[in-house]
Design a protein around this ligand. Structure first.
Ligand code: NAP
Ligand code: ZN
Length: 349
């Protein structure tokens, strides 16, 4: 077993703190990675605070992991010691169900093994995530990371990146379309970058007027302050697709009525409490669709990382030492983040 230092929450109300645990020795299929940087996703907060009512403590969050390979098992063909590598929200899946066969491991019928707070078949305990020095992962769930991008800013691509890229691709967003992104946080700012890079006319909806200039710099053609009803009314019935990343319950009708006939709104935000039910007439009278999407499969995550390397896309980040994680959570809850915190794991000693 490999002694490892991480940061964990020990209850829903406790601050995160240093926590010693063990990683498994790498098996034949495993890749051992020294973690250099880990992004801070809002899901980390939901889980550390048991907001989804499924947390098993201690929780070591973190699923936006980049680092260097230090060791590989003897059946590993795609990685060697010294390579850069990434790990996202999943570390395993059954590999045999129809979803896994379609490279949609996130929807694995037998449930994927998530990177943290997920039953770990290797240890019989729960998985521990990327707020830690190292991780051992089956090679099928390890991503190749370009040497040419700014590495700390690549980390958030492993969750915020793929979670926004995947629905934009699934619903074929591109040139000639008007596309909205709701919320300018970790996911939202990647949504804006991708919608813009895919050629769509991109509109950011934000509750924070101070983010308007950044929204435009990140690629939005227009910015709408969603708290202003007149600004919202101007866009009635005009969107092909809206990607909603908001981490709190809110009025979905305000966005559904902005869709064209046959338009789609995709929810990726996963708030603790449900949204108020939308008005079905907003759906049926214009044949609109309300859909959801979970991260993305491993093949598509690699495609997204390669797309980012080709188009020079990374996340806009603020680097923090591990010891500042509790403060970072409070700031995220106040929407005070530009636009992803990334932990410098060198601070963890
Ligand atoms: P984040 O960085 O905290 O950003 C959320 C943004 O939502 C905020 O910056 C804010 O943007 C907006 N917002 C927050 N509270 C709001 C409110 N009450 N009303 C309206 N807007 C509000 O969070 P994130 O890391 O991007 O994650 C967003 C959500 O996606 C979380 O629930 C997370 O768990 C979920 N998630 C889902 C998946 C998936 O696979 N589906 C993957 C990862 C994360 P403005 O200031 O611009 O309004
Ligand atoms: Zn995440």
């Amino acid at each position: 077993m490999i002694k490892t230092l991480g940061y964990a929450a020990h209850s829903a109300t406790a601050s995160l703190d240093a926590f010693h645990f063990e990683r498994r020795e790498p098996g034949p299929q495993d890749v051992q990675i020294e973690i250099l940087y880990c992004g801070v996703c809002h899901s980390d907060i939901h889980t550390a605070r048991n907001e989804w009512k499924n947390s098993v403590y201690p929780v070591v969050p973190g699923h936006e992991i980049v680092g260097r390979v230090t060791q590989v098992g003897n059946e590993v063909t795609t990685f060697k010691a010294g390579d850069l590598a990434g790990v996202g929200c999943m570390v395993d899946s059954c590999g045999t169900c129809p979803d896994c066969h379609e490279s949609l491991e996130q929807y694995c019928t037998n449930s994927p093994t998530f990177t943290y707070n997920s039953p770990d078949p290797h240890t019989g305990k729960m998985t521990y995530g990327g707020y830690s020095q190292r991780v051992v992962v089956n090679q099928r769930f390890v991503l190749r990371v370009s040497e040419k991008l700014n590495l700390p800013a690549v980390a958030p691509l492993l969750c915020a990146g793929i979670t926004t890229y995947s629905p934009l691709r699934e619903w074929k967003v591109g040139k000639g379309q008007k596309v909205g992104v709701v919320g300018l946080g970790g996911l939202g700012h990647m949504g804006v970058k991708f919608a813009h890079a895919l050629g769509a006319h991109t509109v950011l909806f934000t509750t924070t007027p101070g983010k308007a200039a950044d929204g435009q710099r990140l690629g939005a053609d227009e910015v709408v302050i969603s708290k202003n009803p007149e600004e919202m009314q101007r866009h009635l019935g005009s969107f092909d697709f809206i990607l909603n990343t908001v981490a709190a319950p809110h009025n979905l009708d305000a966005y559904l009525e902005l869709l064209k006939r046959d338009g789609t709104m995709c929810l990726v935000g996963a708030p603790e409490d449900p949204h108020p039910s939308p008005n079905v007439f907003n759906l049926i009278f214009r044949r609109r669709r309300l859909v959801g999407s979970l991260i993305g499969g491993i093949k598509e995550t690699q495609e997204m990382l390669d797309f980012c390397a080709e188009h020079d896309i990374v996340s806009d980040i603020e680097m923090i030492p591990m010891q500042k994680i509790n403060e970072a959570y409070e700031r995220m809850l106040r929407s005070d983040v530009k636009y992803r915190f990334v932990i410098d794991m060198a601070s963890l000693k």
